[in-house]
Structures are given as structure tokens and as C-alpha cells.
Design a protein around this ligand. Structure first.
Ligand code: SF4
Ligand code: SF4
Ligand code: SF4
Length: 359
């Protein structure tokens, strides 16, 4: 298919048909700052940070939602664009407190990055009284905190919940300066359709949504991302575990929506996202336990396996092979489950094999 030719910042570019100005610019190594945009979400042009100037067009256009047409002449950083972009960000800062030092998103906040890029320190529009920063912080659930005082109304969380999580649990409520993201009127998050999958939390470009489970576990720049597979169920979602390099401990779980190796394409459920604390639990079993007279005692692997072999052999001999059943787990790998059913069928001689997912 023939590419579309256009000129961006005086440079002739070729883009794939159907690309927006933003996509074409990125594909050609030209940076345009954004806040509401995310590659896996449908563009809505909500934040207006990606405004660009297009020759013969009297208005500035949102590059994320404007298709690139043949022969377009685009300016991404003209004085007019920069002036408008600065005003847009300063308007967003009207309702955004500048408490970056204590914010969990410090170091990964996209608003911080855009303000830095544009040289903005504060908002000239932030008059006391119309900032709408009196929202109650919502943290009744064990998983994440919603601080709508920091929300810039980009709508990424809403689009994530609609199109990726598909729970439609949240939407814009109210109007004007009172606008906020919330479950339907009269419902709090705990009594909404939210399943606490946390996908909206990862998508939030600022600190309005933050993981409760990772609070105090380390700053974003201290993390090393380690790709692994969730061990909770047979879906086997790919996770990017965030390990604090200083402590060597897990601090958070993220996912990669652009991953070519994960079948979950960045989606996860509440368990994969938030329930990782067992990894560092002191209560994890580290040796086999043998039950004697109603209580457990520690044993070596040799002793434990010999006990199992001896008792299974005894039951089979005394009562027959079909008095034994094997019960496997969704937490095991396919290979482990395969081996268990071979053990059942070939060594013990029973087809009594089942799986915890049946429950
Ligand atoms: S946690 Fe998941 S279900 Fe709940 S609002 Fe966010 S995306 Fe929707
Ligand atoms: S909570 Fe975050 S993702 Fe949702 S609209 Fe506000 S800033 Fe955007
Ligand atoms: S994230 Fe949820 S759905 Fe995915 S493997 Fe883990 S438990 Fe299963």
C-alpha cells in the first residue's frame, strides 16, 4: 500500500495510510507530548497537550485524533503551539496539587514530564477557591487509592475499564470544575462493578490512582522489571514484577500492553496485580511436613517422599488402586499436571484424576 507523504517541522515524512498526525510523527522519530493518549486506547483528544499547527487550518488540531492527510504541512513546536500547550498544562495544574515530593508517581508522572519539557513551574490560572481539590481520598479497599485531587481528567482509566477490563465501572460524573471520575452516582468503588483488576491504576498518567500494596516499597527509578508468569491460575498471565534493586524485594506488579510474548496482552486480574505479598511471607513452607498424631513435624524430602510412596503402596495393596485419587492444581504448570496424571494412571493405575478448577 502506498504511504502518505506529508511535511512535519520542515521534514518530508512518509506514513502508513490511516495514521494520525501523532502516530506519523512518532513513526518518524518526532516527539509530541501527550497525556490522555496511550497506544492501546482509542484516542479522544481530551487533554489537548498534543495540539499542533497545520498550514491552511485556522485552528490548532489535536494530533492524536486528527488523521494525517497527503500533503499536510504540520508544525509540532511552533511558537503558537508552544504557547497553547503551556496554557493547556497550566489549566490542568489548576486542579492538580504540586506535592510531587510525597507523591508515589514522582519519577513516572507524565504531567511532571510535560511540565518539565515546557518549563512550567506553576499555573498562572490557579486562583484560590476554584481549584476543586477537596475530594475525599478513597482507600476503603485493600488494593488501590483514588485521590481525585490529583486527577487531570484524561479519561485513560475510564477507557481502560471500558475497552481493556470491560467492566464499565467508572465514568465522568458532574460538570465543569466539579467533574470527577467515579462509579455511578450513589455507588462507591467497593459497591460498584469494579473487580479491582488495577488496570486503570497502571494507566493513570499521574498519581491520582496508586497501588496501596506498593506504598513505601521503593521509588520508580529504584525498580528493575522482571518478566514472569502469574502462578495463581491456569490462564498464565504475563507479569512484569517490579523488584526494588536496593532491597531485592518485590515492590509492585506491572504489565506490558505491547508485549509480544504474553497471551494476556497486558490485562490481569486482582490476584496477579495485587496479591504478590506471599512471595516474601515468613509463613511459606520451606521443608516438607509430616503429620503425626494430629500435628505436623518437619521432615527431609527423602523421608517425606518415602512416606508417601510407602502409604500409597499400602493403600493400593490393601484396598485397590481405585481407592486412590489424584487432585492437581491450576497453580501448577501444564507439564507438572501432565506428570501427575501419568503417575496416577501408569504407577498407581487409576483414572481418578481431577483439578482444583472444578471447584
Ligand atoms: S480496577 Fe479494573 S474494574 Fe476497577 S475501575 Fe479500574 S479498570 Fe475498572
Ligand atoms: S484518575 Fe488518572 S487516568 Fe483517570 S482521568 Fe484521572 S488522571 Fe486520568
Ligand atoms: S492474573 Fe489473574 S487471570 Fe491472570 S493468571 Fe493470574 S490469577 Fe489468572
Amino acid at each position: 500500500m502506498q504511504g502518505i507523504e506529508a511535511i512535519i517541522n520542515g521534514k518530508k515524512i512518509v506514513a502508513e495510510p490511516g495514521m494520525t498526525i501523532l502516530q506519523a510523527a512518532r513513526a518518524n522519530g518526532i516527539h509530541i507530548p501527550t497525556l490522555c493518549d496511550h497506544p492501546v486506547l482509542k484516542p479522544v483528544g481530551a487533554c489537548r497537550v498534543c495540539l499542533v499547527e497545520v498550514e491552511k487550518n485556522p485552528k490548532l488540531l489535536t494530533s492524536c485524533s486528527t488523521p494525517l492527510n497527503p500533503g499536510m504541512v504540520v508544525y509540532t513546536h511552533s511558537p503558537r503551539v508552544l504557547e497553547a500547550r503551556r496554557a493547556v498544562v497550566e489549566l490542568l495544574l489548576v486542579r492538580h496539587p504540586l506535592d510531587c515530593f510525597s507523591c508515589s508517581s514522582n519519577g513516572q508522572c507524565e504531567l511532571q514530564d510535560v511540565a518539565y519539557e515546557l518549563g512550567i513551574k506553576e499555573s498562572r490560572f490557579a486562583d484560590e477557591g476554584d481549584t476543586c481539590r477537596d475530594h475525599v481520598i478513597e482507600d476503603a479497599n485493600p488494593f488501590y487509592v483514588r485521590d481525585m485531587n490529583k486527577c487531570i481528567l484524561c479519561g485513560r482509566c475510564i477507557r481502560t475499564c471500558d475497552s481493556l477490563a470491560q467492566y464499565h465501572a467508572i465514568d465522568f460524573q458532574n460538570r465543569g470544575i466539579k467533574t470527577m471520575v467515579h462509579p455511578p452516582v450513589g455507588k462507591d468503588l467497593e459497591h460498584s462493578d469494579c473487580t479491582f483488576c488495577g488496570q486503570c491504576v497502571q494507566m493513570c498518567p499521574v498519581g491520582a490512582l496508586s497501588e496501596k500494596t506498593s506504598k513505601g516499597q521503593g521509588r520508580p527509578w529504584e525498580m528493575e522489571s522482571v518478566k514472569t508468569v502469574c502462578s495463581y491460575c491456569g490462564v498464565g498471565c504475563e507479569l512484569n514484577i517490579q523488584v526494588n534493586r536496593k532491597t531485592g524485594r518485590i515492590a509492585n506488579v506491572k504489565t506490558d500492553y505491547a508485549s509480544k510474548t504474553g497471551l494476556n496482552e497486558g490485562r490481569v486480574c486482582v490476584k496477579g496485580r495485587f496479591a504478590w505479598q506471599f512471595v516474601h511471607s515468613d509463613e511459606r513452607l520451606t521443608t516438607p511436613l509430616i503429620r503425626e498424631n494430629g500435628t505436623f513435624r518437619e521432615a527431609s524430602w527423602d523421608e517425606a517422599l518415602n512416606t508417601v510412596v510407602g502409604r500409597l503402596g499400602h493403600i493400593k495393596e490393601e484396598h485397590g488402586h481405585d481407592t486412590i485419587g489424584f487432585f492437581s492444581s491450576a497453580r501448577c504448570t501444564n507439564e507438572e499436571n501432565y506428570l501427575l496424571q501419568r503417575l496416577a494412571r501408569e504407577v498407581i493405575g487409576t483414572n481418578n484424576v481431577d483439578h482444583c478448577a472444578h471447584l
